[in-house]
Design a protein around this ligand. Sequence first.
Ligand code: PMV
Length: 351
Amino acid sequence: MSERFNPTSPAITAIAPSNIAFVKYWGKRDVEKQWPANDSVSMTLSASKTITTARRNLTAFDSFQMNGMTVTSKDLPEHKVFRHLNRVRDHLKLSGHLDLKSSNTFPMGCGIASSASGFAALTLASAAVLTDAQSWEDLAAYGANRETLAHLARLGSGSACRSFFGGFTRWSAGASPDMQKITQDFTPQHWNLADIIVVLSAEEKLVSSSQAHLAAWGSPFFPARLAGLDHRLKLVHQAIKSRDLEALGSELESDAIEMHSVAMTGSPQVNYFSPATTKFLAWVRTQRNLGELPAWFTIDAGPNVHLICDAKHAEAIVRLVKNAWSKASVIIDCVGEGPRFFRGEMEKDHV
Ligand code: PMV
């Protein structure tokens, strides 16, 4: 491992967005190589982000601070953050230990994929500080261009790879683990969609998505889901291309229900829905049939619901939701740009 240790190198801050999948990544063909069972497509978000500051330290250990808690690789060498730092160092063939400080612009465990933005920000901040990079070009010169970093991030959390591009992103499984691709299908400017995140329950989920991905293979419905996905991916691509929200909405609802049916019938069974989730979906369908709610739902690995709509309808939809669901909290997000990084610490005007 080559030594390029500069103890005085400045801190680097990376800001990475979360994303919401329209066609879900569910199930892995190869766990070690993080090879997904299917292609997935997502919209990168704008407001829901992780901010991670990385700086070198002179000790033999890494540290990670989040929500006022600090852990070190001395005490917890198997912590997912430290295992990921080892991957980044191995890939770059660089050494040096880091202090990391992370925060989210959104509450954790609320149905926003914090692992997507978290691993994207972690990968970018640590790669930039280890290489002393000031730009994407500097990173590319180290063999760490955007797509390579996205591939590194997916080894921490699959969905994190899609957060490396703004707008609408595709993670293609390819014919073998090393033929996976992460590409931007459409820029954020292509379509101004909003994601209204309705937090029905802020409780932490009992089963992690990593465990649930494995359980999918036990579901009798999983082969049927996989067999239909090529067609769905084409329909979703066409719907985004032609900005056809009804066509997109119908596919994204089917995809979410299908993913959760596979989870509920997997081995072991995993049920992310709460009673409130089911009631809320029925309400969405009724309101939409009445012509009051031009929005379509999707649900990740949790009980909370994302309503995808045209950004111009977002405020009216939020009012409607708040009137009918006074106990729910609502976060408004929309399509956003990919991650960025800069030298120094986070200042207020950087978000
Ligand atoms: O990246 P993971 O392992 O947290 O899995 C993500 C799974 C879903 O969020 C449910 C779907 C997706 O594609 O983001």
